[in-house]
Design a protein around this ligand. Structure first.
Ligand code: HAM
Length: 421
């Protein structure tokens, strides 16, 4: 029996990986220019981190974690998201010590035991950023703008920033009580999941995909959280919008946007495009650092799904990260030229040129075919006559122009690109 990869995972092969690399370097560039530094945290963490950080009532923690006992009988979990680990590292490494804002970003695999389907994998990849240490609404605007900028820089179109505020520890309990009061009489009309949500985290009812549950919410006249914010949250939310307008970042208010993780306070947003699952999402989390044992520190961040962004890129025919062939292909015309060919290959690569040769004993004719297929700009032919004259035969494939170049000058000539030919 052939062993296959686990369900919900993918192999990324050469040819596809270049797209990933291009996306990753765009992420790095956009965030580096905004003065964010990369953080790399473990792929697995103590299970308790996510239970406390992401929240026990969330789908992620209650149904989707890859949790297991290690050989020392400790419960560990493959990270389902990046925020909890980044915040843990912030606390553990006392990044708050300098008093400066911590602006962090990460790129890497995340794991959720979900039903695999389009845009939903069990091992998927996120890029994300977190800012710890400021509750000023300008920071919210910066992070929202950056979450959009990454996707725009990739060349994506038709993106919408859906924005909401989910309140704080002052207004959320009031809203929660209202929800429970108005919905309890209709409990039986709600789906099973929503009956549990009503008990544990009523706000999540707004996220239910069942039209019948949404109808119950409407009929029971349940207010949206954003309509019953406390004065401070309201003011904060208005200021965030003011900054976004000043920065020309388009957004739409989405009153039913509540996000699937428990740590959010105030600002929450998602970036969507028609026909695809949410590409990126984020929000403010002013209680998380403290929840994870650090000093009270406000935070905000976002994460985008790399597979999802790439799927949208493909659907919009945006090409990024194509490989561009070889600078040079070294063709060996006679066995006696083998050593010289290897030395030439090495010198080309040392100069930073992309160079390759045949290692399958092809005839000269099929080596030239291979050079063509690999889109080499130059073929360097080396055989007995070249060894005797001390000059390689170099052919520029685009023009067919051929020259004899002394071995010592070869790498330089290729590097200059033969523009003077
Ligand atoms: P999230 O909304 O759970 O937020 O995930 C962010 C993004 O990861 C999603 O918008 C989606 O693109 C991608 N994603 C999530 N699950 C899957 C999956 N099963 N398959 C493929 N892609 C997926 C978070 O994870 C938060 N930590 C974001 C954040 C950072 N909030 C504050 N800071």
């Amino acid at each position: 029996m052939e062993i296959q990869r686990p369900r919900g995972t993918v192999d990324l092969l050469p040819g596809e990986v270049e797209v990933w690399q291009a996306l990753e370097s765009t992420v790095r560039d956009v965030l580096d220019k905004a003065n964010y530094g990369e953080i790399r945290t473990p792929i697995f963490e103590h299970t308790e981190l996510f239970e406390r950080g992401v929240g026990e009532t969330t789908d992620i923690v209650s149904k989707e974690m890859y949790t297991f006992l290690d050989r020392g009988n400790r419960s560990v979990t493959l990270r389902p998201e990046g925020t909890a680990g980044a915040v843990r590292a912030f606390v553990e490494n006392k990044l708050y010590g300098t008093g400066a804002l911590a602006k962090l970003y990460y790129i890497g695999p995340m794991f959720r035991y979900e039903k695999p389907q389009k845009g939903r994998l069990r091992q998927f990849h996120q890029y994300g950023a977190e800012v710890l240490g400021s509750e000023l609404p300008a920071v919210d605007a910066e992070v929202i703008a950056l979450s959009l900028a990454v996707l725009e820089r990739l060349g994506l179109q038709n993106l919408t920033v859906e924005l909401n505020s989910v309140g704080c520890s002052v207004c959320r309990p009031v809203h929660r009580a209202q929800m429970i009061e108005r919905l309890l009489p209709h409990r039986d009309e709600l789906c099973r999941d929503c009956q549990v949500r009503l008990e544990k985290n009523p706000l999540r009812l707004f996220d239910c995909k069942n039209e019948s549950c949404q109808a119950v919410l409407r009929e029971a006249n349940v207010p949206y959280i954003v309509d019953v914010l406390c004065d401070e949250c309201k003011d904060h939310f208005e200021q965030v919008q003011g900054y976004l307008r000043a920065m020309d970042v388009p957004f739409e208010i989405a009153k039913n946007l509540v996000r699937g993780l428990d740590y959010y306070t105030r600002t929450a947003w998602e970036i969507t495009t028609p026909g695809f699952s949410t590409i990126a999402g984020g929000g403010r989390y002013n209680g998380l650092v403290e929840e994870l044992g650090g000093p009270s520190t406000p935070g905000i961040g976002f994460a985008g799904g790399i597979e999802r962004a790439i799927a949208v890129l493909a659907s919009q025919n945006v090409q990024i990260g194509r490989t561009v062939g070889l600078d040079a292909f070294v063709a060996v015309a006679d066995r006696g030229a083998e050593h010289t060919a290897m030395a030439v290959l090495k010198s080309l690569r040392r100069l930073g040129l992309r160079a390759d040769r045949d290692y399958q004993g092809r005839s000269l004719k099929s080596q030239l075919k291979l050079a063509d297929r690999l889109q080499a700009r130059f073929v360097i032919m080396i055989g007995e006559s070249e060894l005797a004259s001390g000059k390689a035969t170099v052919k520029q494939l685009a023009t067919g122009v051929q020259r004899e170049i002394p071995f010592a000058e070869l790498a330089d000539a290729i590097e200059r690109g033969g523009s003077e030919w």
